[in-house]
Design a protein around this ligand. Sequence first.
Ligand SMILES: *Cc1c(COP(=O)(O)O)cnc(C)c1O
Length: 368
Amino acid sequence: MSDLQTPYYLIDLAKLRTNMERIRYLRERSGAKCLLALKCFATWSAFDFMREFMDGTTSSSLFELRLGHEEFGKETHAYSVAWADHEIDEALGYADKIIFNSLGQLDRYGARAKERGIAMGLRLNPRFSTSGFDLADPARPFSRLGEWDLNRLEAALDRISGVMIHYNCENADFELFDAQLNRIEAEFGGFLEKLDWVSLGGGIHFTGEGYPLDRLADRLKAFSAKFGVQVFLEPGEASITRSTSLEVTVLDTIHHGKDVAIVDSSIEAHMLDLLIYRETAKLPQEGEHPWQIAGKTCLAGDIFGEGCFPQPLQVGDRISIADAGGYTMVKKNWFNGVPMPAIAIKAEDGTIREVRRFTYDDYKASLS
Ligand SMILES: *Cc1c(COP(=O)(O)O)cnc(C)c1O
């Protein structure tokens, strides 16, 4: 075990390689390009490792766009739900393609993109998705995410060369993906064949164990051939899933009818996504002793979940919380002034290198 001061996020490159090799295989077999979605994972110290396996990045904002351009390189897609007047020129300076969320934004900024010779796209919302959670469902009622009216899409045809269709959410079911892509082909095929490229967004869990990668690759290749388009995917979670842990230490134990270990971290500050989606953290499940693992903020429900351990936990014990890479490090915050986890990278030879440690000055600088 590393002697680094906890808490810290640990990115394990040997585990990350498993995902990266699957991405490379999919790209080679299907011809699709894969762009890392930075809203899920933007820990740029890992980009040197990831770059050879992926085609570039896609973004949700000017800052993500700039980070992708500066630190990842290769192909950089610019998407934002809404660009501001003061952002657009800078954004066009970083982008290889810019994807507008609405016809209104295309009308407002399309001429400037054209002047700079930047390829343009629109977000197409097919009005269905695989998300079961309202908060993350782009097809929810009155969704602001993209255009679906064919008349409006056709009105953009003289300016755009492609569309982005993001409608999957942690979808591990290839049959469902296939059926929904059939629907897209049936409803929008006549429009898609007038384009040069189609991004099918993120949310396809194709790096998961047992996923039928060959079938996905062949399906994407057939889609690409049928409409004469370059296909893009924008994997976020699938790129980094199971690669990263959050390493914490037990600070106190409490026994109010249950064995509870308080650790030097916080689900609200360091794994916020779990709290938002009412999920529990992936804790060790080995041994006879069930313990609740809780955070050190004063939020009553600051609870990571239940783990099982070979021995009763004691102050000073280390615990590794698995799968802490996606939508975690990008959301970490200074709630309660809890020290922000450092970031460390475990190389494939097993050596661990700390790449960032946050201090009181970082906390102070986040406010004024
Ligand atoms: C969130 C998002 C992604 C990445 O989604 P994952 O589920 O992490 O793969 C890709 N594209 C767009 C447009 C997104 O909003």
